[in-house]
Design a protein around this ligand. Structure first.
Ligand code: ADP
Ligand code: MG
Ligand code: ZN
Length: 507
């Protein structure tokens, strides 16, 4: 995905031409990810797709905040949080507890959110990101803590039937497990923030703990932004931009906010620590409220939930379930399997496609690079063309490997292979079956091809003459004639060599 085209991208930003101060952006990210558990964080209600489930059908007294209802911690949510913590190199706290974060909002029926405060489940991790200047930046992960999502409000405009504007509440999302991942303010460019967010998304998807569907709101970004004179180390006053629901918004909002802060400072103003929203229509940030502080929430230990003790055995049990993560997969594909950088990037970016590639490679270990070329090339083209996902594709990984093998062994040529894959894609048939049915076995036999080449040259004396007079590009044309005569089955290198010999022999 491309990010914005304007702005600084990591280079220090020059302010007004009259002034020589250059500024360095400082960015810290807070990412909220819904966990993909079967049931909610503190009750047995199912986690449903809130964009399709009928409203208020997956609710109970606990998740609608009725007085006296007792929460119980979802073990699977804790394990998924541990998986994320471990994947980000965090320490999993042996003792972790829940706190009440008190605030009023109509989507929060209890009047507090159960969250974690001073004893989060995971702390002190890191993630390496490469910005678009090619620099690797190690972004510290300050903490990841568990909490619960809120209900969803639908603000509806006044209609001539109902009169006044009104708001509906859907509690299906209320108390869905949420993990908040908080970075250190270690990013100094929009591109680093973009890559960081994208990489977190990829890791969550690899772990299977979040679908990454930004349109469904299961993953949300908040960016904390400040600027400081380049070369200095004190942090400037930051603003926090809330509810960034797409990568595009993240990039646009952070770019805008960096520029705005520089403009304010250059004009002699000061930055107020505040919480901002993003106005998509006008492309600007706007103040929502002055920054709230921890004491505003009057955090206190959740009396209805005991602290959790997480022993090493449990941590190791969870660690053993971690899949190979994107960075490790990328090095293995590039260094062990020798895939080109572009193929590696595409495959690693889509775990299902990478798994498909690996299954095909397992069926024909000879040529990983040839297999990846077909997976990211022709097969991906066909899937995109028809909107077919990799789990629905009719070409079995082993069948694709079979096709590459037929090509590698010289049984069919490149052109036929493309045709055959098209048929495999439509019908799910095996490649050798299609090759047999359609008589596509390549003609590599010297004598047979020699006869055909002679025949082609005999039929086109004018072109032969032109070739001999210097129009050597006709070689390709002769080649085309031989291909036609063999219905595309001739082995191209042999034909080329034969034609060249025969033509040169006539000089
Ligand atoms: P709070 O808990 O009040 O939201 P934190 O200090 O925990 O505040 O920081 C929240 C996020 O803001 C973190 O991601 C952190 O990296 C980032 N952050 C803190 N100070 C700055 C700053 N001066 N500039 C940019 N980001 C910052
Ligand atoms: Mg915050
Ligand atoms: Zn419930």
């Amino acid at each position: 995905m491309a990010y914005g085209t304007t702005g600084h991208r990591g280079r220090p930003v020059k302010g007004d031409a009259m002034n020589t101060t250059t500024y360095e952006p400082v960015i810290g990210m807070e990412i909220h990810a819904e966990l993909r558990t079967a049931s909610k964080m503190f009750c047995g209600c199912p986690v449903v797709d809130t964009t399709v489930a009928p409203p208020n059908t997956a609710i109970c007294p606990v998740c609608t905040g009725l007085p006296g209802a007792m929460p119980v911690v979802n073990q699977r949510a804790v394990e998924q949080a541990m998986m994320v913590g471990l994947a980000l190199g965090c320490t999993i706290n042996a003792h972790t507890s829940f706190s009440r974060k008190n605030y009023f909002y109509p989507d929060l029926p209890k009047g507090y959110q159960i969250s974690q405060y001073d004893e989060p489940i995971a702390v002190n991790g890191w993630l390496d990101v490469v910005d678009d200047a090619g620099r690797t930046i190690r972004v510290g992960i300050r903490r990841a803590h568990m909490e619960e999502d809120t209900a969803k409000l639908f603000h509806l405009p006044a209609t001539h039937v109902e009169g006044a504007a009104y708001t509906l509440i859907d509690f299906n999302r209320s108390s869905v497990p949420l993990l908040e991942i908080v970075s250190e303010p270690d990013m100094h460019s929009v591109s680093a923030a973009y890559v960081y967010a994208n990489k977190i998304r990829e890791i969550l998807r690899y772990l299977g703990v979040n679908s990454g569907d930004m349109e469904k709101g299961v993953l949300r970004f908040e960016a904390n932004v400040s600027v400081r004179p380049a070369g200095t180390t004190t942090l400037g006053t930051r603003t926090e931009i809330k509810n960034l629901n797409s990568f595009r918004t993240l990039v646009r909002a952070v770019e805008y906010e960096i520029d705005r802060q520089i403009r304010v400072l250059e004009a002699g103003g000061t930055i107020l620590q505040e919480t901002l929203g993003w106005d998509e229509l006008n492309g600007t940030t706007y103040s929502q409220r002055s920054k709230e502080h921890a004491h505003d929430y009057r955090y206190f230990p959740e009396p209805d939930l005991p602290p959790l003790a997480i022993d090493d055995a449990w941590i190791e049990e969870v660690r053993a379930t971690l899949p190979e993560l994107p960075d490790a997969k990328a090095s293995r594909f590039a260094e062990v399997l020798g895939l080109p950088e572009n193929d590696t990037r595409i495959l690693v970016g889509d775990r299902a496609l990478a798994d498909y590639f690996e299954a095909a490679t397992a069926a024909y270990a000879g040529l990983p690079a040839a297999i990846s070329k077909w997976v990211v090339g022709e097969l991906s083209y066909l899937m995109n063309r028809d909107g077919v996902t990799v789990d629905a594709v009719r070409v079995e990984p082993a069948a694709l490997a079979g096709l590459v093998k037929l090509l590698d062994k010289g049984v069919i040529n490149q052109n036929s292979a493309k045709d055959v894959l098209g048929t495999m894609f439509e019908t799910g048939k095996q490649p050798d079956e299609i090759v047999k049915e359609r008589g596509l076995v390549q003609i590599a036999d010297q004598d047979a091809l020699s006869l055909i080449a002679d025949q082609v040259l005999a039929e086109h004396p004018d072109e032969v003459q032109a070739y001999l007079e210097g129009k050597e590009t006709l070689l390709q044309w002769f080649m085309g004639q031989v291909m036609r005569a063999t219905r595309g089955r001739a082995q191209p290198q042999t034909v080329l060599q034969l034609l060249r010999e025969k033509l040169e022999g006539r000089r």
